[in-house]
Design a binder for this molecule. Structure first.
Ligand code: SF4
Length: 272
């Protein structure tokens, strides 16, 4: 391969001697020449400052490229090692993260984060809206009057709150029992998804409009969505929405509707 003057400078800079083939020299004998005799160090030719500068730039460029390649390889290696070292998701890790969470303003007004409660291997998971005043104080979801109604609903399914897993869409109590803001729901949504992935229930029962719309990414009214079977997109788990127990306290006549939804839940649990 032909080596130009700039490359020769680079090779010499790197301490590599440059050899070149004999040119045809008049009168030189060609027969019976050994391989060694065909090559000799190239005769030095004047190297201009221009050639030297270009060679130096080229060498610098090559060195930079190699350094960048190495840095990139090291970065990829570190990323791999980080993935291998990352602990698998676990209840204790998740609970610690929720306890110390400051992802939204609700961390400033809460008394306690309300993580979730129940059987961590439950077949049925109940997802509500947000902790109320009583839940905020006791750090447990559905402990007030609405909690009593939920217990009755579960009783009609032949279950208690210790047979199912209960969690809310957000973990901290919104002041004055206001509805959680979209930004708060978004900030908290990863925790619920991780709870669903850890429990791996056979069925999710959403109670109320907020949790139903969030998990179904829907804008439809809860009255349109309730009593139907959907699939929770992120986990591929079947999901049935119904009214929130607190709504039944305000409108007891809807208990009959919820009863029908619970019959559907019971049927699906028996079949799955
Ligand atoms: S509501 Fe959720 S996101 Fe906001 S502070 Fe509580 S745990 Fe964090």
């Amino acid at each position: 391969m032909a080596v130009n003057a700039r490359q020769k400078v680079i090779l010499r800079t790197m301490g590599i001697p440059v050899w070149a083939a004999h040119r045809d020299i008049p009168g030189q004998k060609k027969d019976n020449e050994s391989t060694e005799q065909l090559f000799e160090p190239e005769t030095e030719r004047p190297i201009t400052p221009e050639i030297r500068r270009e060679a130096s730039q080229e060498l610098e460029q090559k060195t930079e490229q190699k350094t960048e390649q190495k840095t990139e390889q090291n970065r990829a290696l570190r990323a791999d090692q980080k993935i291998e070292r990352a602990p698998a998701d676990s209840w204790s890790l998740l609970q610690d993260q929720v306890n110390g969470c400051t992802n939204c303003e609700l961390n400033l007004s809460r008394t306690n984060p309300v993580f979730g409660v129940g059987n961590k291997q439950a077949s049925l998971m109940i997802v509500g809206e947000a902790p109320g005043h009583d839940e905020d104080l006791k750090a447990e979801p559905f402990v007030g009057e609405a909690g009593h109604v939920l217990d009755q609903m579960l009783f009609s399914l032949g279950l208690s709150r210790y047979d199912v897993y209960i969690a809310n869409i957000i973990k901290c109590h919104p002041p004055n029992n206001r509805k959680p803001l979209a930004s708060e729901i978004e900030a908290c949504s990863d925790y619920l998804l991780r709870q669903i992935n850890l429990v791996k229930p056979r069925l999710i029962l959403t109670v109320g409009a907020v949790s139903t719309k969030k998990l179904l990414h829907s804008r439809e009214l809860i009255s349109e969505l309730r009593g139907k079977v959907f699939t929770h997109q992120e986990s591929s788990i079947p999901l049935v929405p119904t009214y929130h127990p607190a709504y039944l306290l305000r409108k007891p006549t809807e208990k009959r509707t919820v009863w029908r939804d619970l019959l559907l839940v019971k049927k699906m649990m028996a079949e799955s």
